[in-house]
Ligand binder design. Structure first.
Ligand SMILES: [Zn+2]
Length: 60
Protein backbone atom coordinates (compact mmCIF):
# COMPACT_ATOMS: atom_id res chain seq x y z
CA UNK A 1 0.00 0.00 0.00
CA UNK A 2 1.20 3.47 -0.87
CA UNK A 3 -0.28 6.79 0.06
CA UNK A 4 -0.96 9.10 -2.86
CA UNK A 5 -1.79 12.77 -2.55
CA UNK A 6 -3.63 14.70 -5.19
CA UNK A 7 -5.78 17.77 -5.65
CA UNK A 8 -9.49 17.20 -5.90
CA UNK A 9 -10.82 18.42 -9.29
CA UNK A 10 -13.97 19.73 -7.58
CA UNK A 11 -12.78 21.62 -4.51
CA UNK A 12 -8.99 21.77 -5.23
CA UNK A 13 -8.15 20.65 -1.71
CA UNK A 14 -5.26 18.27 -1.34
CA UNK A 15 -6.54 14.86 -0.37
CA UNK A 16 -4.79 11.54 0.03
CA UNK A 17 -5.78 7.99 -0.71
CA UNK A 18 -4.18 4.58 -0.13
CA UNK A 19 -3.40 2.54 -3.20
CA UNK A 20 -2.80 -1.20 -3.29
CA UNK A 21 0.37 -1.37 -5.33
CA UNK A 22 0.28 -5.15 -5.82
CA UNK A 23 -2.83 -4.97 -7.98
CA UNK A 24 -1.98 -4.61 -11.64
CA UNK A 25 -5.00 -2.65 -12.87
CA UNK A 26 -7.67 -1.18 -10.70
CA UNK A 27 -10.59 1.13 -11.09
CA UNK A 28 -12.79 2.34 -8.29
CA UNK A 29 -14.88 5.24 -7.12
CA UNK A 30 -13.69 7.24 -4.17
CA UNK A 31 -15.45 10.17 -2.57
CA UNK A 32 -13.40 13.27 -1.86
CA UNK A 33 -12.81 13.58 1.88
CA UNK A 34 -13.36 17.35 1.72
CA UNK A 35 -16.35 17.90 -0.57
CA UNK A 36 -17.72 14.31 -0.82
CA UNK A 37 -17.96 14.41 -4.60
CA UNK A 38 -17.25 11.10 -6.37
CA UNK A 39 -13.97 10.61 -8.20
CA UNK A 40 -13.18 7.80 -10.59
CA UNK A 41 -9.69 6.44 -9.92
CA UNK A 42 -7.97 4.44 -12.66
CA UNK A 43 -4.63 3.11 -11.49
CA UNK A 44 -1.88 1.01 -13.03
CA UNK A 45 0.55 -0.69 -10.68
CA UNK A 46 3.09 -3.48 -10.76
CA UNK A 47 5.44 -4.99 -8.18
CA UNK A 48 4.88 -2.30 -5.61
CA UNK A 49 5.16 0.67 -7.97
CA UNK A 50 2.47 3.05 -9.14
CA UNK A 51 2.82 3.69 -12.87
CA UNK A 52 -0.14 5.86 -13.75
CA UNK A 53 -3.01 7.37 -11.82
CA UNK A 54 -5.95 8.94 -13.59
CA UNK A 55 -8.48 10.81 -11.53
CA UNK A 56 -11.68 11.78 -13.29
CA UNK A 57 -14.52 13.79 -11.83
CA UNK A 58 -17.81 12.00 -12.39
CA UNK A 59 -20.49 14.28 -13.74
CA UNK A 60 -23.71 14.08 -11.79
ZN1 LIG B 1 -13.16 17.72 -3.17
Amino acid sequence: MKEHEFNCPYCYNEISTWIETDKFKQQFIEDCGECSNPLEMIIDCSSGHIHTIMINPIAQ
